[in-house]
Design a protein around this ligand. Structure first.
Ligand SMILES: [Zn+2]
Length: 423
């Protein structure tokens, strides 16, 4: 923390700032009643920058939050902004927390390199791009609801992007573009900020409970017609019971498609209509392509055929639920070799080939080479197979594993398929 900055409790706020804070919380809860539990869980901390000579080092106009559900209040910000604007930022910040943007940060695996910003102070380009992506995911849904956004809250349209996407899709679309230097705190990317306390805050299980409570209230409000907007899908995913593998499967495929569509299809294959205006610069197309899914089925001797057939029937439903046309479904059988891809209208009519030893690496390789290239590879296996060290280049991999003891590599999303049958 910069010299002269102090972290205080709520009683460190002057009376007028404290009044605005209290009024803004009430405003926020009345505008978004489904978020009330989450709003009440926020722990305020006051960042007193009055002891600093010259300009205050930290810009806290967005009321940044950390992963422990602390919200950092600057007394000057609270007296300067009007109550609805403070209230809006509270709603916005709570949305970062309950949508787990810190856990979803795609740049998490690549920590800042030397010279590329640092943990404190200057932020890395990855963090800023993800912050903006998460912001427009949130604001989009808030605007579709009843919340009035202040002018400084960014919307997808202002960046020339379509509405209704996930932050992951915006993140890919914004690659290489200049974005506003915003900071909503470590709740967006799990990287500590200089003004944040290192005391333990709200723990994971508690925030999980709040998430579920908010999700329940969102679904109630949607059913009662009291709200609209893009919270519904989120709430359904949160409430999907862990043992419901169909929903887990659907949500893993959906996320994989969202991610891969961004990565693969914001290429320059299809110039957008704005291209001519941009003087020789070809802009990526913003058309959302149809998701393409390929299925690799482990048909080695260790797989029980009737279980496999049953799982295939379920996959049909999942694939349909995710909105994938039958045309887009390619299936590759694989034991120790990959067999020719089959385009089937119904996975149950598949010709199951195989029966030998297992090497699913062959099937993954064959599936990744399909053209047009699949966005997501779904693998059905008992997990008793060697796996390649690395994922195939391009598509995301979701593994439906039929045996709880089977292995799934860390680079794939694992979903345990419990068909309810005997083992
Ligand atoms: Zn934000």
């Amino acid at each position: 923390m910069e010299p002269g900055v102090r972290l205080l409790g709520l009683d460190g706020l002057p009376a007028d700032a404290r009044q605005n804070w209290a009024a803004a919380r009430v405003w926020a809860a009345s505008q978004a009643p489904y978020l009330a539990t989450a709003l009440l869980a926020l722990q305020p901390l006051v960042v007193d920058q009055s002891g600093v000579e010259g300009d205050p080092p930290y810009d806290l106009r967005r009321l940044p939050v950390d992963q422990g559900w602390r919200v950092y209040l600057d007394p000057y910000v609270l007296t300067d902004l009007d109550v609805p604007t403070i209230g809006y930022w509270l709603v916005h910040q709570v949305a970062h927390l309950i949508r787990d943007h810190a856990g979803r940060f795609p740049g998490a695996a690549s920590p800042p390199a030397e010279g590329d910003g640092d943990l404190f102070g200057r932020r890395t380009a990855d963090s800023v791009r993800w912050n903006v992506s998460a912001d427009i995911e949130i604001n989009d849904d808030l605007e579709a609801g009843d919340i009035t956004l202040p002018p400084e809250a960014p919307l997808p349209g202002q960046l020339g992007l379509p509405e209704g996407w996930l932050a992951e899709q915006y993140w890919h679309a914004l690659e290489g573009r200049s974005v506003p230097e915003v900071d909503c705190g470590s709740a967006t990317d799990a990287r500590p900020r200089e003004w944040e306390t290192n005391q333990p805050g709200l723990d994971g299980p508690s925030s999980g409970l709040i998430r579920r409570e908010v999700a329940r209230r969102v679904l109630e409000a949607l059913e009662a017609g009291r709200m609209t907007g893009g919270w519904g899908l989120w709430a359904e995913e949160v409430l999907a019971p862990k043992e419901n593998w169909r929903q887990q499967f659907a949500s893993a495929i959906r996320r994989g498609v969202a991610d891969a569509v961004g990565r693969l299809d914001f290429t320059y294959e299809r110039p957008s209509r704005r291209a001519s205006a941009a003087q020789g610069v070809i802009l990526p197309s913003m058309r959302q392509p149809v998701p393409r899914v390929a299925i690799v089925i482990d048909t080695s001797a260790s797989m029980r055929q009737e279980l496999l057939a049953q799982a295939l029937g379920e996959v049909n439903g999942v694939v349909r639920a995710v909105g994938i046309g039958r045309r887009e479904l390619n299936v590759i059988c694989c034991d120790e070799q990959a067999y020719d891809a089959q385009r089937v209208l119904d996975a149950r009519t598949l010709r199951l080939e195989g029966g030998g030893g297992t090497d699913l690496g062959e099937g993954l390789r064959a599936a990744a080479e399909l053209r047009p290239r699949p966005h997501v590879l779904v693998v059905l296996t008992d997990g008793h197979t060697p796996w390649p060290d690395r994922p195939p280049a391009g598509p995301r991999v979701v593994v439906g594993v039929l045996d709880a003891d089977g292995s799934v590599p860390g680079w794939a999303k694992r979903v345990l398929i419990d068909t309810g049958g005997k083992k």
